[in-house]
Ligand binder design. Sequence first.
Ligand SMILES: CC(C)(COP(=O)(O)OP(=O)(O)OC[C@H]1O[C@@H](n2cnc3c(N)ncnc32)[C@H](O)[C@@H]1OP(=O)(O)O)[C@@H](O)C(=O)NCCC(=O)NCCS
Length: 140
Amino acid sequence: MTITYNDTLKDLPIEQLHHLFVAVGWSDDEPLPENLKKGFMQSWLNSTLVVSAWDGDKLVGAVRVLSDTIFRSIIHDLLVDPDYQGKGIGKKLVETCIAHYPDSEWLVGLDKKNTGFYEKCGFKQTLETGCFMVIPCKLF
Ligand SMILES: CC(C)(COP(=O)(O)OP(=O)(O)OC[C@H]1O[C@@H](n2cnc3c(N)ncnc32)[C@H](O)[C@@H]1OP(=O)(O)O)[C@@H](O)C(=O)NCCC(=O)NCCS
């Protein structure tokens, strides 16, 4: 299986993206109402960076980032198709994001079941970081 990564396409195919949200249990399997569909796509289009993972033309993983590109960057909505989990795709998506703004502080919301995954990606949880896991800014 060859997985390819795209860090320029923000306008991901909405049906496939929604399928990923359903597959990881973040959304029910009902068709999105029009207003929600528009907002859902806007949140990806308006993100600073979107990285996606593909098996041919099948979307198998995605992540979006809000960033000032220098000091602070926040990871949102990292998800990998359950059939493709455990193959390094999630880590590669995160590494690709970090490579774009390598000096930035990186934050992700603390989620107990994924703490180990984010530690493997270089994030740390400390008393000071509160409800985030963090990679410190390299500039100060
Ligand atoms: C979390 C998620 C993105 C991980 O993606 P993945 O492609 O399965 O992870 P990878 O295969 O890249 O794993 C990288 C490393 O982290 C480890 N890892 C993966 N998930 C883990 C977890 N939940 N806890 C501890 N370690 C984990 C892997 O064993 C691997 O370790 P290795 O480098 O020593 O082999 C994926 O499980 C997912 O989409 N979950 C549902 C949505 C979700 O919860 N997203 C996170 C929002 S905060």
